[in-house]
Design a protein around this ligand. Sequence first.
Ligand SMILES: Cc1ncc(COP(=O)(O)O)c(C=O)c1O
Length: 360
Amino acid sequence: MRSLNFSAGPAQLPLPVLEQLRDELLDWRGTGASVAELSHRGKPFMALAEEIEADARRLLAVPDSHAILFLSGGATTQQALIPMNLCAAGETADYLVTGHWSKVAIKQASAVCAVHTVASAEDDGFLRLPEKSQWTHTKGAAYFHVTGNETIHGVELFNLPEATQAPLVVDLSSNIASRPTDFSKIGLAYAGAQKNLGPSGITLTIVSRELLAREGMQRPDIFKFASHAAQGSMLNTPPTLNWYILGLCIRWMLGEGGTAAFEARNLAKSSLLYATIDQSAGFYTNSVAADCRSRMNIPFVLHDAALDAVFLEESERAGMIGLKGHKALGGMRASLYNAIALKDIEALCAFMRDFQMRHG
Ligand SMILES: Cc1ncc(COP(=O)(O)O)c(C=O)c1O
């Protein structure tokens, strides 16, 4: 029996995707081989890569002004590559700090360029977004980086900032495809696939062709977005199996109605869980400000931390895994990515109410 998996990533994959993967594993499209055993330069895989790019463009409504790259190395590698590609020597990049992952992005960038913090919500425990009136931008900044969703702190940026003179760079790792996004307003967006798009090991980078043309700083060719784009993301051997699974997930999302359908589902799922938390009379708490409560990752604490281990043990016995909170915050966290259905959240909420009745 499959568990209900609320992991923050790698996360639950849609069952039809896993079934197709199983069925095609030994003989993919009549080749007599697994997709993992075929050359990325052969016709079957090249055709697949083209299909997946077209599907990704349709799912995410990516305009022709932007290239889509399929890269390895995860989101963290992108956080290092972005300043290398977008900053010329001596330039500064602006960062908004909304939680743990913004800080990681700064850590990566600081090794290669000057970084300016536009504003930080750290003094507020990352429970709300930094007050807009206090944001300070660098004149002539190479770009402005924001984190679309803070996977650990459960803080989501529902309205992307208006572009300043600096192009907007967005980490969409944990909320890509969770709702429609206007990529025409974004210079570069990136997302590790392992949350909302598929398996770990492959990362989507969506970058405007204008930014691809930037000189950037001196770096090896393998670190150049433009070189990856020129070679169809096959500058070197790509993670072919992961790319294929990503493609299956994208197809599945298109078949389910695309990002507008997932927006409605994710709103219903997250509203139900927040209501269960808020109506528990303090047994469960999530302290994030209402206007930025994430629809993807919902951290919550139990009123008595001594119950944490019991909650995890009992939830696992009830068939639910991945609920342990990140070590930085403790408590619990439920991740509600697209592969999680409303009925899964109903089951979680029923378990939480029952647990409260027995232990409250
Ligand atoms: C918002 C966000 N950015 C970046 C990362 C780092 O991703 P990766 O492990 O793919 O490097 C994560 C991982 O959880 C994340 O949630």
